[in-house]
Ligand binder design. Sequence first.
Ligand code: HEM
Ligand code: HEM
Length: 150
Amino acid sequence: MSLYDFLVILHVFSAILGLGPGFVMIYIVTTAKDMRELKHAYQIRNRVHHFVMIGGTLLLITGLGMALIRPYLFTEMWYMVSLVLYLIALVGAPIFLSPRSKPIKQMLAEVEDGEIPENYDALAKELFFYERITNMIFLVIILLMVTKPF
Ligand code: HEM
Ligand code: HEM
């Protein structure tokens, strides 16, 4: 097996095992019925995000590694568009996602166990809106990766 083949395998494993769980991060927290469950759900969600960050980093490293071995990839549109979309999604995390997850994290730290405060729904809705955009960007990248249309 060539180094390139090895990178492809590592890349696809990182995509499925590492990035895949990122698509269920919203789903994990939507069944919580009280603060205790919500806190636990967000703990699980954070652990999943760690997983996704490792998978996502490996995706980028292996993706760039493949193009170092086969530099013509840098002239392929599907490759460059994927790379740019990926970097946009990554740069978007601290700009769009973090400021919207901050008030939720604060609520989880301050509110005692019991009823979930009413304003949680509005905060979550806003965060999840931007999170779905992130998810869609990653779906587009997967489509570009598999079909390599241009
Ligand atoms: C479907 C995939 C992903 C989703 C749904 C997602 C979701 C989020 C959310 C909600 C936040 C806000 C902070 C938080 O709640 O802890 C965040 C922040 C962040 N994410 Fe992701 N993420 C995804 C993929 C990735 C990947 C692949 C990486 C890295 C390779 C990454 C790196 C980061 C970083 C560095 C932050 C900023 C942390 C901070 O400002 O403290 N994320 N992400
Ligand atoms: C959301 C992030 C990504 C996912 C889920 C993903 C997933 C995949 C998958 C499933 C394949 C195999 C497709 C096939 O050949 O049939 C693939 C191929 C490839 N990916 Fe990615 N990828 C991602 C990001 C990236 C990035 C950021 C780069 C570049 C820096 C990259 C570079 C490549 C290359 C060069 C191949 C072609 C391998 C080959 O067939 O020779 N990927 N990707």
